[in-house]
Ligand binder design. Structure first.
Ligand code: CP3
Length: 341
C-alpha cells in the first residue's frame, strides 16, 4: 500500500520533506472525549487494548480529530511482561500493577520468551485492522518498552518514584538482571518483528525510566540491550526515546537507529552537537507548555521549531501529552508546526 503522507518516514531517513512531520507521544487515548466514550463502553483499559476493532478505532481518532502525521497503535509497553507470563492490571487513576513480580532465578524459570504472533495476537490483529482502515493516509508507528524500563516494572510490580527495588537488583543480582534483560530483549525482538510483518511502518522504543540510572549502569543494563534490538530490526526506521538519558546522548549517536527522541530537558543545539548530523531528532516541547494560552502555545511551538530549523526533525512533545490538556491546545501545536516556514 502506497502511503499518501509519508513525511514521517522520509524525515526519519533524513530525506528532504516539504514541511516537518508532527505527532504526539500518548496521542491515542488520554486527552480525547471521543476516546473516553469508547473506553467507557468496555470494562477498562485492558479490555479495550485486547479488542482489536476498538484498539484500531482509538488509534485512528487522533488522525481524524487532530490531524497528526502518524498513528501509533493503541496498546501498552506492559503487554510484554504479560506475554512472558507476568500479567498486569490497570488500576483506575493509579496505573499498572503486577500481582506477582520477579525476584529470583526461581521466578525467572516460570517466565518464557514471548512469541509476538501467538502471545500478542490481539496487538497484531489491531495493527492489521488499523492499516486497512487508514488506507495509506499516514504511517502507523509500532512500539515497545526498552528492556530496562520493562525490567523495572517486572521487579517493582508498579510505578514508583525511585524504582529502588529494580535498581537494588542491578547491584545485588547483576547476573540474574542480565538474564532477565536478555529474555525481555528476545521477546521484544519477536514482538517488533511481528508488528512490522503486520504493517507497522516505523517502530519506537520507549525507555521511560532511563534517567534514573547512573551513566555506567545505563550503558551496561539498558543501552546494550537497546543496541541489540536496533541491530536485529532492519526492516523499518527506528526511534529510540530515552527519557532523562541526557548523559547518554553521545553513545546513542552510535545506535543503529534513524531517530533519537529528546525530552524537554535536553537542549536542542547541544543535543545536535552531541548526536551529530547522522540522525533525525524528535521532540521536544515541554508537555506543560500546552497549559498556556493559545498565543503562548503558538509562541512556544515556533520557538522550538526555530531551534530545529534546517536540521533533520520530527516535531513532538518532550514526553507524552498530559491527560488534562485541552485538545484545542494540541491542535494549535500541530497547526503551528504545519504552518511553520
Ligand atoms: O502513544 C499512544 O497514544 C499509544 C498508546 C500507549 C499507551 N501507553 C496507552 C495507555 C503507549 C505508547 C503507552 C506507553 C507506555 N505505557 C509507557 C511509555 C511512555 C511514557 O509515557 O513514558 C509507559 C511508561 C507505560 C506504562 C503505563 N501505562 C502507565 C504508567 C499507565 C498509567 C498512567 C498513564 O500513563 O496513563 C498506563 C496506562 C495507559 N496506557 C493508558 C493509556 C491510554 C491509560 C489507561 C486508561 O485509559 O485508563
Amino acid at each position: 500500500m502506497q502511503l499518501k503522507n509519508d513525511l514521517l518516514l522520509r524525515a526519519a531517513k533524513g530525506e528532504k520533506t516539504e514541511r516537518t512531520p508532527v505527532w504526539l507521544m500518548r496521542q491515542a487515548g488520554r486527552i480525547l472525549p471521543e476516546y473516553r466514550a469508547v473506553r467507557e463502553s468496555v470494562s477498562g483499559f485492558i479490555e479495550l487494548a485486547q479488542t482489536p476493532e476498538l484498539a484500531a478505532e482509538v488509534t485512528i481518532q487522533p488522525v481524524d480529530l487532530l490531524g497528526v502525521d502518524a498513528a501509533i497503535i493503541f496498546s501498552d509497553i506492559l503487554v510484554i511482561p504479560e506475554a512472558m507470563g507476568l500479567p498486569y492490571e490497570m488500576v483506575e487513576k493509579r496505573g499498572p500493577w503486577f500481582p506477582k513480580t520477579v525476584q529470583s532465578e526461581t521466578d525467572l524459570k516460570k517466565l518464557r520468551i514471548a512469541d509476538g504472533e501467538d502471545d500478542l495476537s490481539y496487538v497484531i490483529d489491531a495493527i492489521k485492522i488499523t492499516k486497512k482502515a487508514l488506507n495509506g493516509r499516514v504511517p502507523l508507528i509500532g512500539f515497545a518498552g526498552a528492556p530496562w524500563t520493562i525490567f523495572a516494572y517486572m521487579i517493582e510490580g508498579s510505578g514508583s518514584k525511585t524504582f529502588s527495588k529494580a535498581r537494588a537488583m542491578l547491584y545485588t543480582q547483576p547476573d540474574f538482571s542480565h538474564k532477565l534483560l536478555q529474555m525481555i530483549t528476545d521477546s521484544t525482538i519477536n514482538y517488533l518483528k511481528a508488528q512490522i510483518k503486520a504493517g507497522a511502518d516505523l517502530i519506537q522504543l520507549f525507555d521511560s525510566w532511563a534517567g534514573i540510572l547512573p551513566p555506567d549502569q545505563y550503558e551496561e543494563f539498558s543501552l546494550r540491550y537497546i543496541s541489540k534490538i536496533c541491530d536485529a530490526i532492519t526492516e523499518v526506521p527506528k526511534t529510540v526515546f530515552a527519557k532523562g538519558a541526557f548523559f547518554a546522548r553521545e553513545d546513542m549517536a552510535k545506535l543503529k537507529c534513524q531517530t533519537i527522541g529528546l525530552d524537554w530537558n535536553m537542549g536542542i543545539a547541544e543535543s545536535r552537537k552531541m548526536i551529530g548530523n547522522g540522525k533525525t531528532l524528535q521532540g521536544n516541547l515541554d508537555p506543560a507548555a500546552l497549559y498556556g494560552s493559545p498565543k503562548q502555545v503558538e509562541a512556544a511551538t515556533r520557538n522550538m521549531m526555530e531551534q530545529f530549523r534546517g536540521s533533520r526533525h520530527i516535531a513532538n512533545l518532550g514526553h507524552g501529552v498530559y491527560p488534562d490538556i485541552n485538545p484545542e491546545m494540541v491542535k494549535i501545536f500541530i497547526e503551528t508546526v504545519k504552518n511553520f516556514k
